[in-house]
Design a protein around this ligand. Structure first.
Ligand code: GLN
Length: 413
């Protein structure tokens, strides 16, 4: 009794959290969503659509549930989904793979990232991590006992600097983690960057983990999988998921594709992390991946329109959007409004303007690089985007008030 009371007293928010995870605290997505709700803000923060995915995919899931597909799936994925993943990959890349040994289905791409780290890294192995990075990457590396070596991609181009990449490589480097199209910048690796990655990976015998979840969201030019680069196919694991391409981020169906030996390592961890992804959703994912070409074309056109709508809105509010080549995010520069940093600006935006964005400092080890930026998601209904833009038209006057509240109160009289 006394002991239990003592244990309760000593519990702090991070009490008992494993030391490798303690530095990461709570994710910025949970925090900004909480603030958006508290301030009744239009939420352009977390990258989650506020509309539903296609009806035919939902129908397939419902049918699977009604048909009694309620038990564990095969550990590596239900055969029809592994086959559909291989078919879609062949269709988009021209690379033919053996579904049974070269694919594995996971609970979202986030699980596949953790599984790849757990399955491939030895304690102390180094992973090249480009910042800004999706916030789960460094945590996944840490959970596996790896060490992240951060290489900065600089705004506004966010291209890989050869010198910076080469100088981050050491004898302990095991893997390079890349994301194209890139969250949060929307940059897509170009031919020169893909060549550089192939050269460096081959020179140092590195594995490449390529997160391509935004593969269907490209605007300027088609997405090119890293697996297509000569010299990379044999050493690259490509990750993707249903969430972004079919607007079902909550279904958590993702997958890894790669050489059988690398996929075997991902499977080795997957069997003990989640064992399998939800069966009926895998059935529906197989149906989704076999969608007609028109689905993907319309999906992209719709997103390009949303991107332009938001970019124009941001610009007319006085922000400077960096137009993304892909993904459903826009980084915008807010220097004109003279806030101390990205966190101060995003806090002001959600509290005083009523629009939630993500402070990109959450995606940097060197947070000062993010100081003048904010990330806005455009995976939202047109009316949501219009509502956010409408509110942001008052950005100028509200930021003047926020900077000098006394003066503006006097001016109002
Ligand atoms: N990938 C989404 C984003 O970047 C969010 C995922 C999450 O909330 N964990 O906004």
């Amino acid at each position: 009794m006394g002991c239990a009371a003592h244990a309760r007293d000593s519990i702090t928010p991070m009490h008992g959290v494993n030391s490798s995870l303690r530095p990461f605290g709570a994710t910025i997505f949970a925090e900004m969503t909480r603030l958006a709700l508290a301030h009744n803000a239009v939420n352009l923060g977390q990258g989650a659509p506020d509309f539903d995915g296609p009806e035919f995919v939902k129908e397939a899931a419902i049918r699977a549930i009604k048909d009694g597909r309620g038990q564990y799936a095969r550990m590596t994925g239900i055969p029809e989904l592994n086959a559909a993943i291989a078919e879609r990959f062949e269709k988009t890349t021209g690379i033919s793979i053996v579904a049974e040994t070269q694919t594995v289905v996971t609970c979202g791409c986030t699980e596949a990232i953790v599984d790849a780290m757990l399955g491939l890294l030895e304690r102390g192995d180094e992973v090249i991590l480009f910042e800004p990075y999706y916030d789960s990457y460094p945590a996944a590396i840490a959970m596996a006992g790896g060490v992240a070596k951060v290489v900065t991609l600089h705004a506004p181009a966010f291209r890989i600097d050869e010198e910076a990449l080469r100088s981050a490589i050491t004898p302990k480097t095991k893997m390079i983690l890349v994301n194209t199209p890139h969250n949060p910048s929307g940059h897509m690796l170009d031919a020169q960057e893909r060549r550089l990655l192939a050269e460096v990976a081959n020179e140092h015998d590195l594995i490449v983990l390529s997160d391509e979840v935004y593969e269907e969201l490209f605007f300027a030019r088609p997405h090119v999988s890293l697996a297509l680069e000569e010299g990379l196919r044999e050493r690259t694991i490509v990750l993707s998921s249903l969430g972004k391409s079919f607007s079902f981020t909550g279904w958590k169906v993702g997958w890894a594709i790669g050489p059988a030996a690398l996929v075997a390592a991902v499977r080795a961890a997957h069997q003990f992390t989640t064992f399998c992804a939800p069966t009926p959703l895998q059935v529906a994912a197989a149906a989704a991946l076999r969608a007609p070409d028109a689905y993907f074309t319309e999906f992209r056109a719709d997103y390009q329109r949303k991107r332009d709508l938001l970019a124009n809105g941001l610009r007319s509010s006085g922000l400077e959007p960096i137009i993304p080549e892909g993904s459903y995010f826009i980084l915008a520069d807010h220097s004109k409004f003279e806030f101390d940093d990205d966190f101060a600006f995003c806090r002001f935006l959600v509290e005083k303007v009523g629009v939630a964005a993500i402070p990109p400092g959450a995606f940097y080890a060197n947070k000062s690089h993010a100081r003048t930026l904010a990330r806005f998601a455009f995976c939202k209904r047109d009316e949501t985007l219009h509502a956010a833009i409408e509110r942001m038209h008052h950005l100028n006057e509200k930021s003047a008030q926020a900077r000098s509240p006394v003066k503006s109160a006097v001016e109002r009289r």
